[in-house]
Structure formats: structure tokens, C-alpha cells
Design a protein around this ligand. Structure first.
Ligand code: NAP
Length: 248
């Protein structure tokens, strides 16, 4: 158990929501970031408080640096930062690269890549022993798309997650002797709203037959791996990328 604060970007729904609940159950004070769905974020806070946990909801579009600074400021007032989960992420409608607009690709990189880097920057400033901090953990959400490349679907998304993999390895090495561990999870097909947001609500179930385990995963199965990485049970794990994908 810990009294440390964890910031979870995109903590209002899906994998972020499941992670918020799992982290609270392990004693973390949870900062639930959300982009626009305030009701969903407040529901997560309410569910945590109903079990005597501590949580706050903070609006933060990770594509906006000013929102990120405000998110960390709110977290500072809530307690000492012990972990960051860079979970916020988007997909776009399925299409070939030649049909992608500049705006689509720019938004993909702004949310999935730049947002994660800026959040990690703020976390390192606070957690690094080099800066007087007490150490901590950063968990990044990558995807098996980083390995598969997602042709004819969303190569831009896959490339954004490839960037997350490199970022995880590099930042992990950079802060390894400053008390901070950095790791990534590569989820496979997980049953969340993200597929509907890409225009294909049944995508995960449609492709489940391609998964060696022949089923989609749950948000809780990803959350369990994230909170393990956040725990001292993973004390020698850094710059590591863990596939949680049923073998995909
Ligand atoms: P989801 O169900 O679509 O939920 C997305 C969450 O991120 C929501 O809380 C949403 O907030 C938030 N969000 C969206 N855009 C944001 C922005 N610009 N700034 C801040 N927050 C934002 O997604 P998910 O399936 O749980 O995915 C979570 C992470 O896992 C993503 O990084 C995704 O790429 C990765 N992943 C998912 C799968 C999968 O199959 N589901 C597979 C591989 C990797 P609001 O509620 O306010 O909209």
C-alpha cells in the first residue's frame, strides 16, 4: 500500500478507468485525467471514494501543454507524485496513408506521442532524485500495432506507438539511476470504446479469431499489468515493453 499520487491520463474510460480503480485499491491517491467526458471521470472518482479511496478528476487534453501543466499542478496539491500512467490515446477511422489528412496525422502525434512526452517531462521533474524527488514509475501505453504496423487501417497510430516504444527505452535509461522506472504495455485487442471512436465498434470481436488465445482482452487485464509495473514487485523492471495481448 502507498499514499503516493498516480496521474492517469484518460482515466475516465476504458483501460485508464480500470487502472484508476486498480491503483486506488492498492492505496494510490488517483488523479483521473479526462479530455471531455466529465461525467465518466466523476463516476470513476465516485467509485473510488465509495471504497474509501482518494481521487480527483482533472480535465486535461494532453495535446495542450497548458492543460498538462494544470494537471500536474492539481496533482501537486493532492500529494507527492509516485507514478504516471501515460494512457490517453486515440485512433482514427481506417484508411490508407495516401488518404490521410495533415490534420489527422498531426492530431495523432500530438495526443499519442507529444502528450506522453510532455507528461513524462513533468513527472521526471518531480520524481527524479536528481531534482530532489523520491523516485517513481512511468508506465506508457503502447500497442501491438507498433509491431504489426496496422496496414490499411491506421499506420499513423501504429507509428505513434512505435515512437512510444523508443521513448520508453530511452527515457528508462536516462533516469534509471535517479529512482525512476519506465516501462510500457503493448495491449492487443481490448474490449473498450476506442474501436467505436475509430468507426468500428465491433473491430476487437471481429478480429478475435486471429488472436492465439481466440478472445479479446479486458481493460482489467491491462490494468493488472500496469499496477504490477507500478509496484515494488517490478522493482528491477525498466526500459521494458510487455505484450499483454493473448499472444498476438
Ligand atoms: P478509450 O476507451 O477510447 O478511452 C480513451 C480515454 O482517453 C478516455 O478516458 C478519454 O477521455 C481519453 N482521451 C482521449 N483523447 C484524449 C486527449 N486528447 N487527452 C486526454 N485524454 C484523452 O481508449 P482505451 O481503449 O482505453 O485505450 C487506452 C490506451 O490504450 C490508448 O493509449 C490506446 O492507444 C491503448 N491501446 C488500446 C487498445 C485497445 O484495443 N483498446 C489496444 C492497444 C493499445 P474522455 O472520456 O474525456 O473522452
Amino acid at each position: 500500500m502507498t499514499e503516493k499520487v498516480v496521474i492517469i491520463t484518460g482515466g475516465s474510460r476504458g483501460i485508464g478507468r480500470a487502472t484508476a480503480l486498480a491503483a486506488a485499491a492498492r492505496g494510490f491517491r488517483v488523479v483521473v485525467g479526462y479530455a471531455s467526458n466529465e461525467a465518466a471521470a466523476k463516476q470513476v472518482v465516485g467509485a473510488i471514494e465509495a471504497k474509501n479511496g482518494k481521487a480527483i478528476a482533472v480535465k486535461c487534453d494532453v495535446a495542450e501543454e497548458s492543460d498538462i501543466l494544470a494537471l500536474f499542478k492539481a496533482a501537486d496539491a493532492f500529494g507527492a507524485l509516485g507514478a504516471l500512467v501515460n494512457n490517453a490515446g486515440i485512433v482514427g477511422p481506417s484508411m490508407r496513408v495516401e488518404d490521410m489528412s495533415f490534420e489527422r496525422i498531426q492530431r495523432m502525434m500530438a495526443v499519442n506521442v507529444i502528450g506522453s512526452l510532455l507528461c513524462a517531462r513533468e513527472a521526471v521533474k518531480r520524481m527524479s532524485t536528481r531534482n530532489g524527488g523520491q523516485g517513481g514509475v512511468i508506465v506508457n501505453l503502447s500497442s501491438v500495432a507498433a509491431k504489426l504496423g496496422s496496414p490499411n487501417t491506421y499506420v499513423d497510430y501504429a507509428a505513434s506507438k512505435g515512437a512510444i516504444d523508443s521513448f520508453t527505452i530511452g527515457l528508462g535509461h536516462e533516469v534509471a539511476d535517479e529512482g525512476i522506472r519506465v516501462a510500457a504495455i503493448r495491449p492487443g485487442l481490448i474490449d473498450t470504446d476506442i474501436h467505436a471512436s475509430g468507426g468500428e465498434p465491433d473491430r476487437a470481436h471481429r478480429l478475435a479469431g486471429n488472436v492465439p488465445m481466440k478472445r479479446v482482452g479486458t481493460a482489467e487485464e491491462i490494468a493488472n499489468a500496469i499496477v504490477w509495473l507500478m509496484s515494488d514487485d517490478a522493482s528491477y523492471v525498466t526500459s521494458a515493453i510487455l505484450d499483454v495481448s493473448g499472444g498476438r
